[in-house]
Design a protein around this ligand. Sequence first.
Ligand code: ARG
Length: 247
Amino acid sequence: VASAGCTGTAEKPGDVSGAELKSSYIVGIDGAYPPYSYVDKDGSAQGFDVDSMKWIAAKKGINVTFTAVDWDAIIPTLQAGKIDMVYAGMTITPERQEAVNFSDPYWTINQDVVARNDSNVTLDDVLAGKAILGTQRGCTAAIWIEENLIDTGKMPKANLKLYADTPAAVSDLGIGRIDAVMYDDVSLNDIVKGKPMKTIGFVETKEQFGVAIRKDDTALLAFMNEGLAELQADPYWEELKEKHNLN
Ligand code: ARG
């Protein structure tokens, strides 16, 4: 949906091992994960992660294009080679690390819980498994709820509603189909902005975001770690945080 950067090193034909850097890469994003990655009404990729990637690509001389993929399918899509990395607020987890490599962490978040302003559901209700909860399919909030509320027998499985993206969960919250939404704090706050909704609490998961890369693509992993370090040492990093209200 968008591209940036200029051509650098030549692509080596037939190199599928990932030991050599290519001249262009496809970056997988989530189309509805503001302010880190989203697709705007003109179909163009936007956000903190997208701008970060564009800066790294331009600085270091590669081409990148961005493709929105369903979150639930994004790791298999990476493994199948349809995208070359996931740069979209992906939490580094031990389970995901079995499937893919991660860059060095570049951000930390926790989970927020949001309800309608007119509701009296509390965080205690949520943690006792008494609320109908919504979140994005395949995200770390869904995994947290499964492990901590469902697998422990506190909450019936039917009380968890999973959506392709979080705006869809927030929309069901708005019409009373669910009692609360749990999701990455910064993104959830962005999605509910201006809606009659309130944060009722948070769960301190201290999740770290990294860029996910195929295990055999060692050249890209080294490239991204260098690029992230250069970006974080550049004044543009602070500018980007301000631009996307991440301060
Ligand atoms: N950080 C959470 C996870 O890794 C949610 C990320 C959702 N990101 C996204 N682009 N939808 O599962």
